[in-house]
Ligand binder design. Structure first.
Ligand code: GDP
Length: 302
């Protein structure tokens, strides 16, 4: 239900646009497909993935020349489900419990909802009965540390921090060390998201990893990239830059409740072959969902 509500704007926008595309039409012809292409692009599915979807539908329609427009939604739903499931990495399990602590390094630019997502995750894990430790390794912005402290208090989980401007890798080291000492289940480490210098970003993330590996050689177990789902092409661009800088293993796409362009989830997952693991559908602590492709498509194409 939260999902339906969170995707309401996207779903409505999509429904209206599709309805427009088929108005006065009875069968799916070239013109309908052209309009559908525009609808997908407008929903931020992205050019590459849109073409892929249109080609699949074209092939199906070519086989059955009299495909009725009333079937279009169902066909589209099937093709997009296949695409999300075809993604070989589309595993949406929560955490690997054989890793203790399971270390999540969170990356992404400022403003995308990184801190909020960390808070929501901490809340989820804690509600599952897990012991969580947060690490404030975004030491460049006082506000980032302050915000994370507020979340740690709100959720009721410990946080490891140092002074402003200290080495993020050192904070990560302390956090993992403290988590091991406490026999914690999950560690969530916030990092600075400055994109102005690609080499710096790469060096910084590499160093954070290398230093935490002194405590836990196979950490981090997850590198979670947070993207703002309402920013369309910017989200694609950020995904490109972060995947170039480090090995991103999962995506969290936020603010889907505030946009009609939820198609970004489909395009980013397809283009980068990285599973969307979480979606943010509101500002509350409980407004983070473990992504499920089938449920997503069902809500989207209600
Ligand atoms: P950060 O700079 O990346 O750490 O971003 P914040 O976590 O501080 O979030 C920036 C703003 O986005 C805040 O006002 C959050 O409440 C809001 N926000 C984060 N996630 C969501 C979401 O899924 N939906 C909505 N509507 N707002 C969100």
């Amino acid at each position: 239900e939260t999902l339906d509500k969170g995707l309401e704007k996207s779903s409505q926008g999509f429904f209206e646009n599709i309805s427009q595309a088929v108005v006065g039409k009875s069968v799916v012809d070239e013109e309908v497909l052209d309009d559908l292409e525009d609808v997908l692009i407008a929903s931020d599915v992205g050019a590459e993935t849109t073409i892929k979807i249109i080609k699949k539908i074209e092939a199906r329609v070519a086989k059955d020349k009299y495909t009725n427009v009333s079937q279009l939604n169902e066909i589209l739903k099937e093709e997009i489900s296949n695409l999300l499931l075809d993604n070989p990495h589309a595993q949406t399990g929560n955490i690997d419990e054989s890793k203790k602590p399971y270390v999540i390094m969170v990356v992404g630019v400022n403003g995308v909802g990184k801190t909020t997502t960390i808070g929501k995750l901490a809340h989820q894990f804690k509600s599952d009965g897990k012991n969580v430790v947060l690490g404030a390794a975004d030491t460049f912005r006082a506000a980032a540390v302050d915000q994370l402290v507020i979340w740690s208090e709100r959720v009721g989980v410990p946080i490891v921090k140092q002074n402003m401007g200290s080495d993020p890798a050192s904070v990560a080291f302390d956090t993992v060390q403290s988590a091991v000492a406490q026999n914690a289940d999950v560690v969530i480490i916030d990092t600075a998201g400055r994109l102005h210098n690609k080499v710096n970003l790469m060096n910084e993330l590499t160093k954070i990893k290398r230093v935490m590996q002194k405590v836990l050689p196979d950490a981090p177990h997850e590198v979670l990239l947070v993207l703002d789902g309402s920013t369309g092409q910017n989200a694609f661009e950020q995904a490109k830059q972060f995947t170039a800088a480090t090995e991103v293993t999962a995506l969290a796409i936020t603010k889907l409740d505030g946009t009609a362009k939820g198609g970004v989830v489909i395009g980013i997952s397809d283009q980068f072959k990285i599973p969307v693991k979480y979606i943010g559908v509101g500002e509350k602590m409980t407004d983070l969902q473990l992504f499920n492709g089938t449920e997503f498509v069902d809500s989207f194409f209600r």
